[in-house]
Design a protein around this ligand. Structure first.
Ligand SMILES: Nc1ncnc2c1ncn2[C@@H]1O[C@H](COP(=O)(O)OP(=O)(O)OP(=O)(O)O)[C@@H](O)[C@H]1O
Length: 466
């Protein structure tokens, strides 16, 4: 693989070369040009005037955009309307080329018991593991992989490192793109850094690792809690009629359970979240973290089968889900992939005020002002009018985080919200959530696999699946 004299509006790289058997890690911050470089390599027939591009014919590509394409394809072929049951989607087995040849790797990823399960029946991490297996087994001699560790549990990260080492051992060329120096794969033999559209360092791992401290991380997310305090000072400004205010528990789940087709995901789970009980939820892929949060947000049918109280109101007693949603802000991978309406970035952030996906009313000037302020805080102001889906994955995430925060709801339900973000942005978001917690502006339920996100402001930690 060789690219010479790359000159585009975002990139200026005189030369990049990689050989079969090399394992490159490309490291860059969000908006550094790293995504443009990834796109350039992943295009079938990339053409830039005066640029020499020599790419392998066939590459196994794993990317956020590719994952969304698979999801959209699955939606298109959803036959639920013509069946007397939910269409589970393409069986996982069909994504892996010659599964028998990859039995050990499939088992190592913990996917062996899921091969007959439909794509739509997999958790976030399971979906990502499946698509990684799909690319690794594709027979391509080159792998091009974007942010592979996002969403994977600890064991999954270790297995991926081993799988990539195995691929390199078989003579494959590998390029893994990461946004955080902590995500550099253990087996990477070479590192290249992208900064301001350029590639200031590239070379062997030993040569480049000591130079990484020179990198200055600047976050795109920057919010001052003092600007927000006057908007709301207590937990229950949005109290529902008839609700016991202030001291009411936000969530109570007694002997909670959820299952799919009779197969339990979790059971006997008790949870009580009072204002200020910022709660971290962790556990292996597929243990039921997202299902639990979906029960709480009313996005899972088990919410009616449980002894569940939200803001002091028992679910299933005639309450309006819209009234409940008014008091929540939600970010999750499932929500992100389903945010598929046409609409601008400004619309997306503003829609957080109305709890809709997209805008279906004429917003008032005050709402627009609030949304613009959040675009400023996420450095997305100049993208206000751009269609949401044209943003990079990380910028889409920042917009969705702004959407959840715009009304500073009583309950922030954040299921792995920092997918795709670089270290500076991730830290900035978590620092801000720490301030939100300290100022008692919201109560936070937060799912994460990353130990560097296990901050001190979480007062309780639920470890599921142990
Ligand atoms: N629609 C569905 N039908 C059947 N099984 C499902 C469905 N959705 C999820 N599951 C299964 O339920 C289990 C829990 O899924 P869930 O998404 O809650 O896990 P998770 O802990 O959030 O995982 P991850 O860390 O990968 O995000 C998984 O094993 C998954 O395969």
């Amino acid at each position: 693989m060789k690219l010479e004299n790359i000159k585009t509006p975002d990139l200026n790289i005189p030369l990049f070369e990689a050989a079969p058997g090399q394992f490159w890690c490309i490291l860059g911050q969000n908006r550094s040009g790293i995504d443009s470089f990834f796109s350039l390599l992943s295009l079938d027939h990339a053409k830039i005037p005066d640029t020499e591009i020599c790419l392998p014919k066939d590459m196994g590509i794993f990317s956020f955009a590719g994952q969304q394409e698979v999801f959209e394809q699955e939606l298109k072929s959803d036959d639920t309307d013509f069946m007397d049951r939910l269409d589970p989607g393409t069986p996982a087995r069909a994504f892996i080329h010659d599964p028998d040849q990859y039995t050990d790797m499939i088992c190592a990823f913990g996917m062996d018991h899921l091969l007959e399960q439909g794509y739509r029946q997999l958790s976030t991490g399971q979906t990502r593991k499946l698509l990684l297996l799909s690319r690794i087994s594709s027979g391509s001699q080159w792998l091009l992989i974007q942010s592979p560790f996002d969403g994977l549990d600890k064991a999954g990260c270790r297995q991926l490192d081993m799988a990539l080492d195995h691929c390199r051992g078989c003579g494959m060329g590998i390029l893994v793109f990461v946004y955080d120096p902590g995500d550099i794969p253990a087996g990477a033999t070479h590192i290249a850094v992208i900064e301001n559209g350029q590639m200031p360092f590239k070379g062997s791992r030993q040569e480049i690792l000591p130079r990484l401290f020179e990198l200055q991380g600047q976050a795109n997310f920057s919010a001052d809690i003092n600007d927000l305090k006057p908007v709301k000072n207590t937990f229950s400004e949005n109290a529902l009629p008839g609700e016991v205010p202030q001291t009411t528990e936000l969530v109570r789940l007694e002997d909670g359970h959820a299952s799919y087709s009779g197969k339990p995901v979790f059971s006997h789970l008790n949870l009580c979240v009072a204002p200020g009980d910022h709660t971290l939820i962790s556990g292996p892929n597929g243990c039921g973290k997202s299902t639990l949060l979906q029960v709480i947000t009313g996005d899972h049918p088990a919410c009616y089968r449980n002894s569940l109280w939200l803001f002091g109101i028992r679910r299933g007693t005639g309450e309006s889900i819209w009234d409940l949603k008014k008091r929540m802000g939600i970010v999750s991978t499932d929500f992100h992939r389903n945010y598929r309406v046409a609409g601008s970035v400004l619309d997306c952030v503003m829609s957080g005020l109305y709890d809709t996906i997209g805008i279906y009313r004429r917003p008032g000037p005050e709402d627009e002002k609030k949304a613009m302020a959040w675009l400023e805080r996420t450095s997305l102001r100049d993208k206000a009018g751009s269609p949401f889906r044209t943003l990079s994955y990380a910028d889409q995430r920042l917009a969705l985080i702004a959407r959840a925060l715009i009304k500073l709801p009583d309950l922030l339900v954040l299921d792995e919200p920092t997918h795709g973000l670089d270290r500076a942005n991730r830290n900035a978001v978590l620092d801000f959530l720490g301030q939100v917690a300290m100022e008692k502006l919201s109560t936070i339920l937060y799912v994460s696999h990353r130990e560097d996100e296990f901050r001190d402001f979480f007062v309780s930690h639920i470890r599921m699946g142990n």
